[in-house]
Write a protein that binds this ligand. Sequence first.
Ligand code: PLP
Length: 400
Amino acid sequence: MQHFPDARSVVRALAPDEPIILNRPHAAARAARFFVEKFPGKSLYAVKANPSPDLVQILWDNGVTHYDVASIAEVRMVRSVLPEATLCFMHPVKSPGAIREAYFKHGVKTFSLDSSEELAKIVDATRADDGSEATDLRLCVRLRVSSEHAALSLASKFGCDLTEGPALLQESRQYADWLGVCFHVGSQAMSPFAYVQALDRTRAAIAEASVVIDMIDVGGGFPSVYPGMEPPPLEDYFKIIHQHFYALPIAYNAELWCEPGRALCAEYSSLVVKVEKRRGEELYINDGAYGALFDAAHVDWKFPVRALEDDLIKPAMDFAFYGPTCDDADYMPGPFALPEDIQAGDYVEIGMLGAYGAAMKTDFNGFGAAERIIVTDEPMASLYDGSRARPAADNVVSLR
Ligand SMILES: *Cc1c(COP(=O)(O)O)cnc(C)c1O
């Protein structure tokens, strides 16, 4: 991969006709070290947020030893890059073939589930040739919890309710060498209180099941910083999770895990796009809803932007973007504030696309290409560069 200091120097040197993904290994390394040093337990990287082999290697080099994988393709990719990593298959609905390959070929022992059917599937798919059951399964029962504090809900698809959870914990305990409870509070959880509510639910399920619990996995949902979304410090999340974890009725040596995706990789990538046409307050750019800007189009996510020309002198005004495909839905409402005199041929950098951005690119309509280049400047926003003052006391959640 080529190296440049920043987006401007890339544009000056290459005048690229196609979008370019700029990667910042130092930003991902810093995020990894932050979680490894400050989260009071083990931090798994949720690979789906950005399944780049380069990124996975950077996280490993900076202390992330466990990986949350959700498909057999993710299992194979991480295993090929990191032969010694611990892989945890945390998708609650898996195919028997995927479970079998993960367990027998890639050494995966940890599986999540949210139903008796999935438990039976896991037990069956991991049987030895002589029909005997696996004795080293590490099972995590996924509870459904509220997504009310998160920008993106993950509450309706997976997880069992409090009416089913205790029985499933008891049933799973019979097959598990090691039993955990996991949940996901939704992505970009803007308040640490999301985890308090989820841990309260966890407590109720464990108390009713009265089985030994070896691990609590508080999932992902840790926020990054975007325009209009300035979360409280991650330390506040870690502190409150730790306190509520300690109050649970679990084994004295029980482990605490988390599975950040977004928070580990949002700062890793930005995108350089070219303006192909201007129509009033709309800019037609060469990446969009079927590219790295999926969330900007489909869930109205706001990303920071900056113009990369030196000769734009007018103050900023609000623009919307059209992507390159022929689909009307390839539209990002923004608003994106850029200089009033921006025009066709100019370049724009769109920041904070390392999570669920670079990973979302498709080849639809022939617009999938994007070179990847390493840059060394700072991401357009960061939770980890020491620049953020502690927010006001109204962001601090009170403890019971
Ligand atoms: C998507 C996902 C994550 C990561 O979520 P973020 O909001 O990106 O932190 C973690 N765990 C599971 C099970 C997931 O599906």
